[in-house]
Design a protein around this ligand. Structure first.
Ligand SMILES: [Zn+2]
Length: 175
């Protein structure tokens, strides 16, 4: 079966908006490329990153359905590659010293994804046009009552987040 065409796939609008809320900056410069040969060369990897690029092994559709992976990879690009904290050389040195799981670039990305996953999923839920502005208008007592109402569309930070490696197969972790 021939390898599908490599293609740049912009994020769906809701995901782009949620990423802007999470990272506090535009994500337009980050290109997500599906069916990447480069990624396929990294055995077992579902995605890999370079400056302003996320290279996905399979279809972008699966990438956009994996909320943990999205946060993990955008963190690599926006918070590590972009400020030049991450370079190929530094990553190789770090991996040689500590391996994949314990290298600091991966630990940081896993921690960020775990810390922001619940909020990211909340921002992606269908609801008011802009959740940020709707929440900012609620004063504290109303927010508290909303969070304690059993059927309310609430924020729930009690759910444990399980960090997963981005280059190992995993079940779909979509919201
Ligand atoms: Zn990673």
């Amino acid at each position: 079966m021939p390898w599908p065409s490599r293609r740049i796939c912009p994020p769906p609008p809701a995901i782009e908006q949620a990423l802007i809320e999470i990272f506090g900056e535009s994500v337009r410069q980050v290109r997500v490329i599906e069916y990447s040969w480069y990624c396929a060369l990294h055995l077992g990897a579902r995605a890999t990153t370079r400056r302003n690029r996320i290279l996905v092994r399979g279809s972008a559709e699966f990438f956009w359905a994996d909320t943990d992976l999205i946060l993990h990879e955008y963190f690599h690009v926006l918070c590590q590659w972009q400020p030049r904290r991450l370079t190929i050389w530094r990553y190789l040195v770090e991996s040689a010293r500590r391996g994949y799981w314990h290298n600091r670039f991966e630990r940081e990305a896993r921690a960020f994804a775990a810390d922001h996953h619940t909020r990211f999923c909340y921002l992606l839920k269908p609801g008011p046009a802009t959740r940020k502005s709707s929440i900012s208008k609620i004063d504290t007592p109303d927010l508290l009552s909303m969070m304690h109402a059993p059927s309310a569309d609430r924020l729930d930070y009690s759910e444990p987040a399980t960090p997963v490696p981005h280059n190992l197969p995993m079940k779909n972790d979509a919201c």
